[in-house]
Design a protein around this ligand. Sequence first.
Ligand SMILES: *[C@@H]1O[C@H](CO)[C@@H](O)[C@H](O)[C@H]1NC(C)=O
Ligand SMILES: *[C@@H]1O[C@H](CO)[C@@H](O)[C@H](O)[C@H]1NC(C)=O
Ligand SMILES: *[C@@H]1O[C@H](CO)[C@@H](O)[C@H](O)[C@H]1NC(C)=O
Ligand SMILES: *[C@@H]1O[C@H](CO)[C@@H](O)[C@H](O)[C@H]1NC(C)=O
Ligand SMILES: [Zn+2]
Length: 499
Amino acid sequence: MIRLLPFVALSALASGSVLQQPLQNVVADSQALINSKPLISSEALQDLIKTENLRERSKELYKIAELSLDEYNHPTRVIGSPGHLGTVDYIYSTIAKLGDYYEISNQTFPAVMGNIFEYRLVLGNHVPQSAMAMSLTPPTKDKEPVFGPLVLVANEGCDESDYPKNTTGSIALIKRGVCAFGDKSAAAGKAGAIAAVVYNNSPGSLSGTLGEPSKDHVATFGISNQDAQPYIRELQAGKIINSSAYIDSVVSKVGTTNIIAQTKGGDQENCVMLGGHSDSVAEGPGINDDGTGTMTLLEVATQLVNFKVNNCVRFAWWAGEEEGLLGSDYYVSQLSEEENLKIRLFMDYDMLASPNYAYQVYDARDDVNPVGSEELRDLYTEWYEKHGENYTYIAFDGRSDYDAFIKNGIPGGGIATGAEGVKTKEEVDMFGGTAGQWYDPCYHQLCDDISNLNFEAWLLVAHSVATYAESFKGFPKRTSIMVTANEKGSLYHGPELVM
Ligand SMILES: *[C@@H]1O[C@H](CO)[C@@H](O)[C@H](O)[C@H]1NC(C)=O
Ligand SMILES: *[C@@H]1O[C@H](CO)[C@@H](O)[C@H](O)[C@H]1NC(C)=O
Ligand SMILES: *[C@@H]1O[C@H](CO)[C@@H](O)[C@H](O)[C@H]1NC(C)=O
Ligand SMILES: *[C@@H]1O[C@H](CO)[C@@H](O)[C@H](O)[C@H]1NC(C)=O
Ligand SMILES: [Zn+2]
């Protein structure tokens, strides 16, 4: 689950190569073997989903996150890290071991990843409290503190001519607005600044991203307008403000990979698709977010091989979700109209075992989302009702990988068990747990480890897969790839707050 705005995202590159999926030409005898299996049924598939297997997988995933220890000093599966590469290998090899049942494909796309380890800004004798290093900022020279006078840049610092001659060797103070933070940083770098500080033009602190890396970027901070004003007055009065800046960070371009596995059996023109994300944030191992989705999909895929399916089932493990839904965006952007129409619906599984959980169902509705989204929503709620469980609706607002699908005409939905939202007293009556605390108190933190799991919601995933693998009876047909009324912009996509 991607963090709520204001979101400081890393950036994705627009173009890239892809190893796309060849899906037909099943050899006749493996088809015969698949056909000899019993037809999928929800109860039979659920019976095979064992909590113990999921627990074992979560331990393995934690070990894989520890592959990043050398570089990050803690376990993580963020894209570009050994922990993420290990996760992708683990997913791929787990499916490959299942033999002929699935067609597996890798889809590699370019992304930019950055990591900020430490930063400090001192202006005169003061540390502005609101100072934050911008996402995807390069480090200061040699990752050491640099020293120079603060120089006020004219206008918004988007033009070369805004920078006074004495910007060389200085820390440039630039107003927010008109052009992107990355443009300001590059202009300051070209003018010879050793660092840049962008101050806000609206209330509050300023966190942003430089976006696509450039050789001209210099180490860049954001500060609030309130913090900046006293310095601006002093500079305008001709005062010299000796300052220092320090950022230790890395920015690099990486190739990262979605894994797609599709059943060779079943109607290849009518697929139920489901996905979870294989990556975590840099801060921790991401065992609930979204190790739980990753593991559930793996376990469901593993048990599904015992059955014959009528409709094809396509599993996806997305990369770069935490950087702005990069993998799922890229995947959907590469679908031809014909391929798009084969996907009858997409089910998102992100954060399934939050310790202070609520059973959350995305409130997907046919009037604002592609038709079929509501039928999927009702499948989930009917299941909870049948099992005597409570559930809540949560906003279907684009905070996870379903977003590219519903924006491109594909019905979508999903369930979750809660991220950094605060559990209410009413929800404690409904689900137990602790009021006033986050659903996942370890959301996006180091403690999102194997002790951070409440194994509850897995069976519903099996139910959803089995239901549609057996039949789309009554489920609306796909007719168009048109974007629907749901035009909420691109809140959580790619680099946010670039200006
Ligand atoms: C796909 O990715 C997996 C996992 O990283 C790797 O083992 C495999 O060789 C890749 N296959 C192709 C065709 O690139
Ligand atoms: C830089 O030059 C401007 C005039 O262009 C001047 O007002 C300012 O004081 C100078 N700053 C430093 C640090 O010399
Ligand atoms: C700023 O630093 C310069 C060079 O180190 C020094 O000569 C000057 O006295 C300092 N000015 C102030 C106001 O601290
Ligand atoms: C569902 O919520 C109600 C309160 O709204 C509560 O009385 C009931 O016990 C809950 N059911 C379960 C299975 O927790
Ligand atoms: Zn997340």
